[in-house]
Design a protein around this ligand. Structure first.
Ligand code: C2E
Ligand code: MG
Ligand code: MG
Length: 639
């Protein structure tokens, strides 16, 4: 019983304690829970000091601080979110502007080949396409939607409404595709134009040398049938340009190109190699007969004059060809060699008067090789002093004595022996060595003549090429000064070719010579271009009748020419000399026609300076022994 009461008392005490706990802690806990809920809902904490035990209050304070921190973080996050939203908006509109301002059309497809986005340019070419539309609805070419690995690129061409598009595709994540379309119609047109300009001559619009060489290389590589390659040169084009002006020259070049294209036909390629040179390659030319016939037709294209600016201008053409027979193509034969061979043939053709053509033969190359070797030898000869001057007398038939000598170059080649100036002078002219060689001859001749009796003159040949030298007048003055030779004893011999180019410059140099006191003689008269205009523009002292007229004096025409040259020289108050006299008959005819000064093997061949005294003596004896009968001849006596 006592135990029961005690148990009740214990339970009662426990209940009372529990009640006390629930009343004192429970309220505080509830308040904490309430505060925590308020914090969680974002409401600000109630002001005031929380009630309850210290620990509980600490927790409540901590909760409050946490709440304040959370609100701060929330506020910061909200403001950042606002900023990001603004930035995102801006970026979106920038992206939109960029997309729509692109010159290319752009579209993005997802992995199912449906449109994700596109720009305005895209709608211009493909119409308004809604996102989600399958690509096949607007891209008819299925190859353009073929999947690509991520970042893999592919480029294709597409024609849309007459425009040429360059399509660039790039693989994206999840089999998506980014495709751009660029209208390259204009770009293509410009690049084609540039390509054309780079490969064509601006004046004639014909393929240029580089382009022609490519075409020729292709033809040489593939064709099995015969091939003809021709190089065409307009002769005397420089003087046409100088006389009529460059616009006329240009018009002739254009017309010449047109004529060649017409003659060569559609299978051929005609090119302007540069300057006044054209080239033609014609396939299907079987034999050399056909090749020559075609070359002849090219030459004949110059038969009719060129009508430019109401002027009729005559021009002639030279043609050098290379014929490659069917099956004879060597793999090593390239355009450069073929064109070189054409040039060699052309060089031969140009040696002929008027229009001409020549077909390449291997001997021409050998000749070129020899010329190259000689060119090197020539240089060496100048350095080593292998040149010498020979002297040939001029005979004054009236006074029966030598009036002077012509200095003629000789080359004592250590291996080949004596080489004729007819061979090496043209070579020296082509290589420019004539300037040094001519100066040497001039100085040596003046030096030699300064040792002779006062009444003997010395005649020195000057090449037309020497007149291009800016120091020519100075060189002559220097040679006279160094030798002490009186200028009146020096005679200069020039040929008609001198007046082909730069007539005015030549005239001013000749006048300068005249001022120095020299005499000037026109050599080989009648063989050159014989435009008599220069004779009236510059009064020569002497005309030399060319030996070709003298050689065949039996022909009436030659006598007529000789007679007219003598008449002309009298009319223009010039003296006259005939060269190449080999027989007493020639001498007699010339004398009877009124020619008094003569030169030729009949009197003496050109000989070294050491023979000079001998020559003078021999000529004097000749009159006594060989010519007395001639001298007594009626015609000579009458003259
Ligand atoms: P050219 O000035 O007309 O000289 C006359 C040429 O005819 C010389 O030939 C001479 O030897 C030759 N000859 C003279 N009389 C007769 C004859 O009766 N019969 C024949 N068959 N020939 C005769 P060469 O010495 O061979 O000279 C040839 C050409 O070389 C010269 O023709 C001249 O144009 C040029 N030449 C010679 N020396 C010089 C020079 O120092 N400077 C320049 N620029 N040219 C020169
Ligand atoms: Mg001469
Ligand atoms: Mg001559």
């Amino acid at each position: 019983m006592r135990n029961g009461v005690a148990l009740v008392a214990v339970f009662g005490a426990l209940f009372g304690f529990a009640m006390f706990l629930s009343r004192s802690i429970g309220r505080t806990l509830r308040e904490m829970a309430l505060r925590a809920r308020e914090l969680a809902s974002g409401a600000s904490a109630k002001p005031g000091v929380p009630k309850g035990p210290r620990e509980v209050r600490d927790v409540l304070f901590a909760l409050e601080e946490m709440g304040a921190r959370c609100r701060k973080i929330e506020a910061t996050m909200l403001s950042e979110a606002d900023m990001m939203a603004v930035r995102l908006n801006r970026q979106e509109s920038q992206l939109g502007a960029a997309l729509n301002n692109m010159t290319q059309a752009l579209c993005m497809l997802d992995g199912q080949k449906r449109l994700v986005l596109s720009n305005e340019v895209f709608s211009r070419y493909f119409g308004e396409v809604a996102p989600g539309t399958p690509a096949r609805a607007f891209l008819t070419d299925p190859s353009l939607t073929l999947p690509l690995r991520e970042n893999e690129m592919a480029t294709d061409l597409l024609e849309v409404g007459g425009a040429v598009m360059e399509v660039k595709r790039r693989g994206m994540l999840a089999k998506g595709l980014l495709i751009t379309f660029e209208d390259i119609t204009e770009k293509q047109r410009i690049s084609r134009r540039l390509e054309h300009v780079a490969g064509h001559d601006g004046l004639t619009d014909l393929p240029n040398r580089k382009n022609f060489a490519e075409v020729l290389d292709q033809r040489l590589a593939k064709g099995r049938d015969g091939l003809l390659v021709a190089v065409v040169d307009i002769r005397g084009f420089k003087s046409i340009n100088d006389t009529h002006g460059h616009p006329v020259g240009d018009a002739i070049l254009k017309e010449c190109g047109n004529r060649l294209v017409r003659i060569a036909g559609p299978k051929a390629t005609v090119s302007r190699l540069g300057g006044n040179e054209f080239a033609v390659v014609l396939p299907g030319v079987r034999g050399t007969g056909d090749a020559d016939a075609f070359a002849g037709a090219l030459v004949a294209s110059f038969d009719s004059p060129f009508d430019v600016e109401s002027r009729r201008i005559e021009a002639r053409g030279s043609v050098g060809t290379v014929h490659i027979a069917a099956g004879q193509r060597m793999t090593s034969l390239g355009a450069d060699i073929v064109l070189q061979n054409c040039d060699l043939a052309l060089y031969q053709a140009k040696q002929e008067a008027g229009s001409a053509y020549r077909r390449f033969k291997p001997a021409m190359r050998e000749k070129l090789q020899r010329r190259r070797e000689m060119e090197l030898d020539l240089q060496k000869a100048l350095d080593e002093g292998q040149f010498e001057l020979f002297y040939q007398p001029f005979i004054d038939t009236e006074r029966r004595r030598v009036s002077g000598f012509e200095a003629l170059l000789r080359w004592q080649h250590p291996v080949s022996g004596m080489i004729s100036p007819a061979v090496f002078i043209p070579l020296a002219e082509e290589t420019g060595l004539i300037e040094r060689l001519g100066k040497w001859a001039l100085e040596a001749a003046c030096h030699e003549a300064s040792k002779w009796p006062e009444d003997l003159t010395i005649s020195v040949n000057l090449s037309a090429v020497q007149f291009k030298s800016p120091t020519l007048v100075e060189d002559v003055r220097g040679a006279l000064a160094a030798s002490g030779l009186a200028p009146r004893r020096l005679q200069i011999e020039v040929t008609e070719s001198l007046f082909l180019d730069e007539g005015d410059r030549v005239l001013s140099i000749l006048k300068e010579f005249r001022r120095l006191g020299l005499t000037i003689s026109m050599d080989d008269f009648g063989t050159g271009y014989s435009s008599l205009g220069y004779l009236s523009r510059f009064p020569f002292d002497k005309i030399k009748i060319d030996q070709s007229f003298v050689r065949d004096m039996g022909r009436a025409e030659n006598i007529a020419i000789v007679r007219s040259i003598i008449g002309l020289s009298r009319a223009l108050n010039m003296s006259v000399i005939a060269e190449g006299i080999e027989t007493p008959e020639q001498m007699q005819i010339l004398y009877s026609e009124g020619c008094r000064e003569m030169q030729g093997y009949l009197f003496s061949k050109p000989r070294p300076s050491s023979d000079l005294a001998k020559m003078l003596m021999e000529v004097a004896n000749q009159w006594r022994s060989d010519f007395p009968s001639l001298a007594a001849d009626k015609s000579m006596a009458a003259a």
